[in-house]
Write a protein of this length. Structure first.
Length: 353
């Protein structure tokens, strides 16, 4: 599929009633004439798609998608669905290039996302680079968001009683000397946040201790840190990706030395653990300059952690920067459906792995 604007993020909906729902975020830096002195505008869209996901991917026709909505926004840098009670509609958080986080709620009766609320985290010349919900494991209706900002700051948005926006900025602090490309919750202990950026530092923060200093700083990186995800099925495990073509697994109790690491052949822009516990060893990686890959980690000798990893599937149909990727939450009993998107060729693909 042609996304028209360059594409950089894609997410499947986790809600059981909407697992065929897929959203893709785009980012377009508008061209200006040489005599123009005003800054370039960053425009984007949230594309809403319905995916056709056959129950038996090997036997039936390939998965495909159709666009049902396009929401005009400032350029989109990251998006995440909130894992919350299945009794309420799916809720999407969007990070944009003008310092805003907007929330959009899926209305099944109208088959579209409706604007729920929006909140400014920073001045309009600051980009929201990433966001993560705290509710991946507890499905709380009142979760919090952590957001990383291009001015080096992180901020936390929490549910606010009586607030018309639904969320309020509860904490903001300077975390990194250069762009913090990523901030992520510990899904097992939502008082803990990890962040990483172009200052080559991986840091941990504990909301109970304040933000004057991190609880740890790992300086043993030779390139910027781009992506972090807490494992939703294995406590204490984090996957961390970097521009240095390497994905490292860390144990939270020893964050200065990786448990294992694997060369993925290109800068790792996004990592996503498989949503099913039965495939807890599988990690999906967007490898920027080298396509998309499924990495499978071995179980270590005592069965409690992970050993070395190997690439068991790769997808190379994209011809540009591999940025956005996600697993479908639909259980097919075999390989899972995967969505991936790339930048300059503005394309979206569906495949299995």
């Amino acid at each position: 599929m042609d996304t028209i604007f360059p594409a950089d993020t894609v997410e499947f909906c986790p809600h059981p009633a909407a697992q065929d729902l897929l959203i893709c975020g785009t980012y377009n830096l508008e061209k200006t004439s040489p005599e123009t002195t005003s800054p370039q505008k960053r425009r984007g869209q949230c594309l809403v798609l319905k995916a056709t996901l056959p129950q038996h991917p090997f036997l039936l026709h390939p998965c495909c998608s159709r666009q049902i909505q396009a929401i005009d926004l400032p350029a989109v840098l990251d998006m995440k669905w909130c894992h919350r009670s299945f009794s309420v509609p799916p809720l999407l958080g969007v990070a944009d290039s003008e310092g805003n986080i907007s929330l959009h709620e899926w209305q099944e009766s109208e088959s579209q996302l409706q604007s729920h609320s929006s909140i400014s985290c920073a001045p309009s010349d600051v980009l929201c680079l990433s966001l993560d919900w705290s509710t991946r494991r507890n499905n709380s209706d009142a979760g919090s968001l952590v957001v990383s900002l291009s001015n080096g700051s992180l901020c936390i948005l929490s549910a606010s009683q009586g607030s018309t926006s639904g969320l309020a900025v509860t904490d903001t602090w300077h975390a990194h000397d250069y762009e913090p490309w990523i901030a992520a919750w510990d899904y097992w202990d939502t008082c803990v946040i990890l962040s990483g950026g172009d200052d080559l530092k991986l840091k941990g923060w504990d909301t109970r201790q304040g933000f004057s200093q991190p609880i740890f700083t790992n300086k043993r990186f030779d390139a910027g840190i781009t992506t972090i995800q807490s494992h939703p099925h294995v406590e204490n495990v984090f996957a961390v990706g970097s521009y240095d073509n390497t994905v490292r697994l860390f144990d939270k109790r020893k964050m200065l030395v990786p448990v294992t690491q694997v060369d993925v052949g290109g800068g790792a822009w996004r990592v996503k653990w498989h949503p099913a516990a039965s495939r807890k060893n599988d990690l999906l990686v967007a490898c920027m300059h080298d396509g998309f890959k499924v990495v499978r980690f071995a179980t270590d000798a005592d069965g409690a952690g992970f050993g070395g990893g190997e690439v068991v599937k790769r997808f190379d149909s994209h011809t540009s920067l591999a940025y956005g990727v996600d697993w479908s939450f639909a259980d097919t009993g075999g390989e899972s459906f995967i969505a991936s998107c790339s930048f300059y060729d503005h394309s979206l693909h569906l495949w299995t792995g």
